[in-house]
Design a protein around this ligand. Structure first.
Ligand code: FAD
Ligand code: COM
Length: 528
């Protein structure tokens, strides 16, 4: 279907997407019927491709986005961040119900809450985000696109060099010529490698929202990724007894940098207190079952054989880049984990071919995907623009928001012998000894179950007075961390004295401003 000349409302987009999910009819939104040469064809209209195309258009270029799904936005609204946040928000609410059970108005007791119902809420609602992506990209961002059509790049050299065109991309039975190709086709879940890995009842983040059709009661999660922790916390909070089997210590994997040891302890102990069974140093050996999974066999930390009954297995082992097709099409160089190799300008080893987002490997996060897209666009439009994503603020959910930026205390102490720590609860106090941090979203815990009221730490260099890291377990602090990251990474950094000058909106999600002020008057800084 061709919507190029129509103004399409949100409601119409919802119906179009629902229909196109059931067939393979392409959706065309083209200027000049797709004739002429595009400055760039973005293959994959996820966060990386959509933001790249929008930026290139904003700079005055002509982008085309092609996606195999009938909507833009990619995996984020369809299977990844959006359901993750729906599940994590549900987990936080359920956690409160469970931890405060029998107090005030709380009365959920041991009752199991339906995971399937929450999944259904997502399935029924997700088209709204899809429709918005299509509507915004056409009506407001004025980007051309072809949807519901997988793309293929013809081998380099098969394109006549007219009008600066270097590449031809095929999709929906048409050929589009492009000066540049931007590869943004994402990543996919790593498969489980063990006998029984194809039994019914084994899910990952994508199949959970597409295929779950029964109520899980006993879950085993394989892997220790962010997704494993987030989804495991949700399943447990819903009343589905959950075991996490992980090779590395939870939250201490290489893929997560700067995780502070005290923060990690608070989080992992907190998950255990809530009933999540965590087996570190374990490896999957086999999954057994018949019509559905029944048991997971694993080796334990001392090589012992472990067995876990279950009716649901969740694969949380992480993702790998979808680089096979681009390698076939173009011969782009890839790294050891299948990631397409790029420089800081997102250029691959092939001329006029860029790669962006999850396909270039970790960190597989939205900020990186979108900013990679923007970086490719700026370079294609003639600017020598570099993007370094080696440092960034990070977060995941348990039943809390866990947020951090900068150095952990251990990393800071390895660099300097003058490190000062401002921490809540203060060092040496057991969880719950005082009802602090007692900040946004934890007030009921502070009064009724103080050990669950969160954790905060600020790491300061005593000599320069510069703040080196912030670490937070609680609610509502993600927002602040986006800006703290920016302030910390300015060449001049951010000092404890500048923090003390800021104006807090008390009670604030993290208490760093007021706590820094309590110490900023001292010439010789000391812990708080
Ligand atoms: P994608 O969004 O996957 O887009 C790739 C696109 O390519 C898809 O639309 C696909 O249809 C298309 N495609 C594939 N093959 C072809 C082809 N041959 N032709 C045309 N199109 C093709 N990050 C965060 O920052 N915050 C979060 O809270 C968060 N939560 C997450 C939760 C989960 C469960 C997971 C798995 C990830 C989460 N992430 C989160 C990571 C985030 O979702 C990704 O980093 C981001 O979506 C990557 O965007 P992308 O554009 O690189 O890939
Ligand atoms: C967000 C998708 S759900 S995108 O990054 O705006 O394209």
């Amino acid at each position: 279907m061709d919507v190029s000349r129509n103004s399409v409302s949100m409601e119409q987009w919802s119906s179009i997407i629902d229909e196109r999910m059931l067939d393979d009819e392409p959706v065309l939104n083209l200027q000049r019927d797709g004739e002429g040469t595009y400055d760039a064809v973005f293959i994959g209209g996820g966060a990386a491709g959509r933001f790249g195309a929008a930026y290139l258009r904003a700079l005055g270029g002509r982008p085309l986005v092609i996606d195999r799904w009938p909507f833009l936005g990619g995996s984020c609204p369809h299977q990844a961040c959006v359901p993750h946040h729906l599940f994590s928000e549900s987990a936080a609410l359920l956690d409160r119900e469970r931890l405060l059970d029998g107090k005030l108005w709380f009365g959920l007791g041991e009752r199991k809450v339906s995971i399937l119902d929450v999944v259904e809420v997502f399935r029924h609602g997700r088209v709204a985000a899809h429709a918005f992506m299509n509507w915004q990209t056409k009506a407001q961002l004025e980007v051309e696109y072809v949807l519901n059509a997988p793309a293929r790049v013809l081998p380099p050299g098969s394109t006549p060099g007219s009008d600066g065109a270097r590449h031809t991309v095929e999709a929906a039975g048409r050929a589009f010529s492009a000066k540049n190709v931007v590869l943004g086709i994402g990543a996919r879940q790593n498969p489980l490698d063990a006998p029984g890995a194809d039994l019914p009842g084994i899910f990952d983040f994508a199949t959970l929202v597409e295929e779950l059709d029964y109520e899980p009661r006993r879950a085993v999660i394989i892997g220790g990724s962010k997704v494993a922790v987030e989804y495991g916390s949700f399943f447990q909070a819903a009343g589905c007894a959950t075991t996490i089997l992980t090779r590395s210590p939870l939250l201490a994997t290489q893929s997560l940098h700067h995780v502070d040891a005290d923060l990690r302890r608070y989080v992992v102990e907190g998950m255990r207190k809530r009933g999540v069974e965590i087996v570190e140093g374990s490896s999957l050996l086999e999954i057994k079952g018949g019509d559905r999974v029944e048991r997971v066999i694993a080796s334990g930390p001392d090589g012992e054989m472990l067995e876990f009954e279950c009716d649901f297995v969740f694969n949380g082992t992480g993702e790998s880049p979808n680089s096979e097709l681009p390698r076939q099409w173009l011969g782009v160089d890839t790294g050891p984990r299948g990631e397409i190799l790029v420089d800081k300008r997102m250029r691959t080893s092939v001329e006029c071919v860029y790669a962006v987002g999850d396909i270039i490997g970790p960190p597989m996060e939205m900020f990186k995907a979108r900013k990679c897209g923007m970086t490719a666009a700026r370079n294609i439009m003639g600017e020598a623009f570099e993007f370094d994503f080696s440092e960034y603020p990070d977060f995941f959910h348990t039943t809390y928001d866990v947020t951090w930026v900068g150095l952990s205390e251990e990393e800071a102490r390895a660099q300097s012998n003058d490190i000062v720590v401002i921490q809540m609860p203060p060092k040496g106090m057991a969880d719950g000894e005082i009802p602090l941090p007692c900040s946004e979203g934890t007030m009921l815990y502070a009064f009724l179950r103080p050990e669950f009221s969160g954790f905060q730490k600020c790491v300061v260099d005593g000599r320069s007075r510069r703040i080196l890291g912030f670490h937070h377990v609680g609610y509502g602090a993600k927002d602040a961390f986006q800006y703290l990251d920016y302030l910390l990474r300015r060449p001049e950094g951010l000092t404890i004295d500048e923090m003390g000058q800021m104006n807090e909106l008390f009670l604030n999600p993290e208490h760093f401003i007021q706590l820094c002020r309590l110490r900023a008057g001292r010439r010789e800084l000391v812990d708080l």
